[in-house]
Design a protein. Structure first.
Length: 84
């Protein structure tokens, strides 16, 4: 997985789409220790504003794939997305 870094760099629209960002975020989440990830760290790794990750986490929480552990930490609930 390629992590996008740097601000002001022109990126193809496909690479900045919410769908692609969701895939990258889920990859980070699946690689995380105990399935817990800090949203501030994820924003830095993915080089995106926190608002973009909130869009993703709100949907994933709504379908029961993740849950909030604390203010900036979320945990993967261990269900396969393909089971939904």
């Amino acid at each position: 997985m390629e992590i996008v870094s740097g601000k002001g760099v022109d990126k193809p629209r496909y690479d900045t789409s919410l769908g692609q960002l969701t895939k990258k975020f889920l990859k980070l989440l699946s690689d995380a220790t105990d399935g817990i990830i800090n949203l501030n760290a994820a924003c830095t790794r993915l080089a995106v504003p926190k608002r973009r990750l909130y869009d993703i986490t709100n949907v994933l929480e709504g379908i029961g794939l993740i849950q909030k552990k604390s203010r900036n930490n979320i945990q993967y609930m261990g269900r396969s997305i393909f089971m939904l």
